[in-house]
Design a protein around this ligand. Structure first.
Ligand SMILES: [Zn+2]
Length: 440
């Protein structure tokens, strides 16, 4: 039985390869580009041709010939740039004024994992429409709605950003909650929103559980409780996650927690509350990514004037200390009249307020995003061999970052998701897993 089970995937993948080589999949697309941005270099080139074949870039340059029979897309009036990255979002969580008064404890009680998975699919498309081609989904997704979303997109059922997902957030008992005994002991209300791990054995088991159920990054609560995790415990998370090829992000809310996470050599730190000048200097030294989740004042009710002032000063300090900055939103709520993508892009307000030049903001939203997502060698840059993801806007984001608020065109994996400012996702929907079923 065991041997037979192993042989079946091999037989099916031969069929999948045969399908991938079919003429329909080999459609060549040529894009005529007015201006092409390289965010890494902070430069723009004019009148470029980009060739896309089988979901990948095959050529980029000014003298690239357009192959006969290619579908030509005219973006000569637009500026093309690589897709954006939100390094910290929660697509499967949307708390609201009605009915839960923005208290997310209640969302967990009121909404099932399947419902939240469908919300995540919608939020993912809203993010893609706003130009985010990669989203790190950092937990609070019920019973692995985030894995379901990632797989649905990768298999080819629905359009969406490339998802880097954390599975269930691991913390000491209770996670970010102060649960009732019924919740904590019987685990019949909010479980599994957090995965309890208080001992070394539990830490190992929790990491393995998330890896088993499809997490592609590990998220831990470093200091959600006064006792938190020690530096050695964080090191154990990191070494155990590394066995599965995964990095560790820490939710950090205290200065001491941040110091322990930095000492342990964590991959990325979420939220800015514990990030002092001293901690920033250590992060820069060790190359630890900052996902500060800097909520702008314009998202009324989600920060305060005093808190915002500290957030802006902290972001400025991180920039001056050369900390690897990522663009991150922690978006997990509904603001009537705004899509999830519009909520996310609104965060550029905080970056502008911190006095960070547009070219550096753009780097945080692209280059550093690919690095923290570990896609920098496969997806992100517009280069031959890379996955064909790109977006286009009207102005020049190197000069005016606000041009990113009005994304006119989105290509994901070589398929057009948005054209002339309107979502055109038909190509993405399939009645089966066209990219292969054997993706977990
Ligand atoms: Zn978060």
């Amino acid at each position: 039985m065991r041997n037979l089970a192993k042989q079946i995937p091999v037989a099916f993948s031969v069929v999948a390869l045969a399908l991938a080589a079919s003429p329909a999949a080999a459609q060549v697309t040529a894009l005529r580009v007015g201006r092409l941005i390289d965010p890494e270099a902070g430069t723009a080139a004019t009148n470029q041709i980009i060739i896309v074949e089988d979901g990948r870039f095959t050529a980029v340059g000014s003298n690239v010939p357009i192959p006969a029979g290619a579908q030509v897309i005219d973006l000569s009036e637009l500026t093309v740039l690589p897709g954006l990255v939100d390094a910290h979002n929660h697509l499967a969580l949307t708390y609201k004024e009605e009915p839960e008064s923005n208290i997310y404890y209640l969302t967990y009680v009121l909404e099932s994992t399947p419902l939240r998975a469908i919300q995540a699919a919608s939020n993912g498309m809203q993010m893609l429409s706003a130009g985010f081609t990669i989203v790190r989904d950092m937990g609070n997704a019920g019973d692995y709605a985030d894995t379901a979303l990632r797989i649905a997109i990768e298999q080819g059922w629905i359009p969406g950003p490339t998802i880097i997902n954390s599975g269930i957030i691991i913390g000491g008992m209770g996670g970010q909650f102060w649960p009732t005994p019924e919740m904590a002991m019987q685990k019949n209300i909010v479980y599994p929103e957090y995965l309890d791990a208080d001992t070394e054995d539990e830490i190992i088991k929790a990491v393995r559980q998330n890896a088993l159920f499809g997490a592609t990054v590990i998220k831990i609560c470093v200091d959600c409780k006064p006792w938190g995790y020690t530096t050695d415990e964080i090191r154990l998370f990191i070494s155990e996650a590394a066995k599965a090829g995964l990095k560790v992000e820490g939710h950090v809310q205290t200065v001491d927690g941040a110091r322990r996470a930095i000492e342990a050599g964590i991959w990325s730190i979420a939220h800015d509350r514990g990030l002092t000048d001293e901690n920033h200097k250590l992060m820069a030294e060790k190359g630890i990514f900052r996902a500060g989740t800097e909520t702008p004042l314009t998202l009324v009710g989600h920060t305060t004037a005093a808190r915002y002032e500290r957030t802006v000063a902290g972001l400025r300090n991180a920039y001056e200390n050369n900390v690897p900055l990522t663009f991150s939103t922690d978006a997990d709520y509904y603001i009537p009249g705004m899509t999830r993508g519009e909520v996310a892009i609104e965060f550029i307000e905080t970056w502008k307020a911190a006095g960070i030049p547009a070219a550096h903001i753009l780097r945080a939203m692209t280059t550093n995003g690919y690095r923290v997502s570990e896609t920098q060698d496969t997806r992100g840059p517009i280069r031959p061999g890379f996955a064909a993801d790109l977006i286009a806007v009207r102005g020049n984001p190197l000069e005016d970052i606000d041009t990113l608020r009005d994304v006119q065109f989105v290509m994901k994996d070589g398929m057009v998701f948005k054209r002339n400012g309107v979502m055109t996702p038909g190509e993405f929907f399939h009645g089966g897993p066209v990219n292969g079923w054997n993706i977990r």
